[in-house]
Design a protein around this ligand. Sequence first.
Ligand SMILES: Cc1ncc(COP(=O)(O)O)c(C=O)c1O
Length: 365
Amino acid sequence: MIFVRPNIEALSPYVPGEQPSANDQLKLNTNESPYSPPDSVIQALHAVSGELLRRYPPATSENFRSIAARTHGVKPEQIIATHGGDELLRLAFTVFCTPGNGSGTTSRGAAVMTPSYSLYDVLAAIQDTPLHRIELTEAFEIPAGAESRLAHSGCGLALVVNPHAPSGRRTPVQRLAALADVCPGVLLVDEAYVDFADEDALSLVTGPNAKKNVLLLRSLSKGYALAGIRFGYGIADPAIIQHLDKARDSYNLNVVSQRLAEAALEARETYRSLWTQVRKDREDLRLGLQQLGFVVFPSETNFLLATHPGGVAKTKSLFAHLKAQQIYVRYFPVPGLEDKLRITVGTAVQHQRLLAAVTRHLDVG
Ligand SMILES: Cc1ncc(COP(=O)(O)O)c(C=O)c1O
């Protein structure tokens, strides 16, 4: 018999959205971009030589970090590049949360707003660290008492997705600043979807009033149409970055993804038109769903959370009906989300197909 740590033995792993391989599929379930990255990014891929592949990649992604620093007006020491935003999350749990689920007087767990990205729960279980849950309101807003609950949580790490997943709602930066001020540990603001939002939280980590305990997460998977290369990064005070850096794999990012990520950040201006298009299509889809009777949450992301007018049973049957037609959206069978579908913003043509299928299902009753 092999020995497995009891917390891993008991763990329910993270369930990613399906990646079906059928030809006729319409994939609106994992918030990927409906558009390809710009030509300059594809050219960077073609420019990868055998000689480059023969050698180990830059260990600290220094070129990417200088480009990201220049992009955001911070120093390269304030950036860490990671294998998707997910690696940054894993590093944050490793560095700021103590293992051993609450034993010992110096125990530091994690605080999360519920519901949110379900990977947080899995990472807490892997680290075997206590998880302090702060329930969001029914409208997915941070509740009035969150500051005092956070202050008393004794956490080493608090996580807030902003704009929020799975609702799409954005919390103003002033509120995040108030949370950071009372947070006993590091406040990680997960900005995986920020490219589609009206405001970001960069002001928390830049300038004279920068907070020493805030860590921003950025991802190239959504806004940069690069989910396939697994690339994300963190922005924070150099002290936070230094500690995270000690805990990462020595060569955590391969050379191909580094080159593509560098080209992507350099092409930020080209991407802006893509983000504008997604915001326009998001509004069109929202109106289309509303006309069919769905209640749709205000979203500043590339997805919408839509409440089915017919309740839980109809939501489940619509989800199955769409899947049978190769239309994939996301359903979360957890309290508060059981009568809702999360739908990635696609193209106008994709929306037509989705809305037609939804209409047929509603007509049949
Ligand atoms: C809220 C949130 N944070 C972080 C991530 C991680 O993104 P990635 O690892 O693809 O950069 C995701 C991915 O779906 C997400 O939804």
